[in-house]
Design a protein around this ligand. Structure first.
Ligand code: GLN
Length: 267
């Protein structure tokens, strides 16, 4: 029985759609207040993200690009709205959305029951897998080794991600190791190359990019957890229905797949 292999999506769309249907009011995003200052112009979608997560969002030539950035821009275009990206720490995204500083969060973000307590999610537009990166020849040969009796590893994660949440529950809380939290996945990978930690738990697509960019690292064949990515919104935001409607159309007409192919499958 692998208690750590999670498929946490089941049933979540029902919540998100019920919330979307319950939303009502004007079609304009509500202007948000921050210390009395208007931070969101009506008609501009502000996407909160953490642009350290290739190929979903990353910096390239002074710009933030990636699958999420392009899908969100296509949504804004379909809705005839302006579009802006706010880059922040991953664990600041949900607070930015719930406080109204951002219209939505899009960051390869996994739908989880805990997050659904605070935000609503769109339909899922991509899937992810939590994987384990080790140094070649590591004593950790399979995911099961992390949970073996007497295991005592230093496990790197990005703060506030599902990798952090699972590893904390399955490893740290079980006395099977210590979690080292980093602001960026790339920093965790750097620490691994420097032998400061024993492995990194992170989403598979960024993992592939980090392994390709660093000599001597491998991704274990066995997956830790399978996940669904979706866009998050403040609860009961009228934007949920609008943005999700545009997303559905972009999924149906193949736009989302062609953006994913451009960044992943075509490589
Ligand atoms: N999918 C993971 C999560 O939602 C990681 C996302 C990220 O680091 N951008 O927690």
């Amino acid at each position: 029985m692998k208690k750590y292999l999670k498929n946490i999506m089941a049933g979540t769309m029902v919540f998100a759609m019920a919330a979307a249907l319950a939303g009502c009011g004007s079609n304009e995003p509500a202007p948000a207040e921050d210390g009395g200052e208007k931070v969101e112009d009506a008609g501009t979608l502000i996407m909160a993200t953490n642009a350290e997560f290739p190929p979903y969002e990353f910096h390239e030539g002074g710009e933030i690009v990636g699958i999420d950035a392009e899908v969100a821009a296509a949504i804004a275009e379909k809705l005839g709205m302006g579009f802006q990206i706010e880059d922040m720490a991953f664990d600041s995204i949900i607070p930015a959305v719930t406080s109204g500083k951002a219209s939505f969060g899009m960051a390869g973000m996994t739908v989880t029951e805990e997050r659904l307590q605070n935000v609503d999610f769109s339909d899922s537009y991509a899937t992810g897998v939590q994987v384990v990166i080790v140094k070649e020849g590591s004593a950790i040969a399979t995911v099961d080794d992390l949970f073996a009796e007497g295991a005592n590893n230093l496990v790197g994660v990005q703060t506030g991600t599902t990798g952090d949440i699972y590893a904390t529950g399955d490893i740290e809380d079980e006395g099977l190791g210590t979690i080292e939290r980093f602001n960026k996945g790339a920093d965790a990978v750097l620490a691994l190359t420097q032998d400061k930690i024993d492995c990194v738990i992170i989403d598979n697509e960024p993992a592939k990019e980090f392994v390709a960019a660093n000599e001597g690292l491998v991704i274990l064949d066995t997956a830790y957890a399978e996940e669904d990515y979706a866009i998050c919104f403040a609860k009961d935001s009228e934007l949920t229905e609008q943005v999700n409607g545009a997303l559905k159309e972009l999924i149906a007409d193949g736009t989302v797949q062609s953006i994913i192919d451009k960044y992943i499958n075509a490589e």
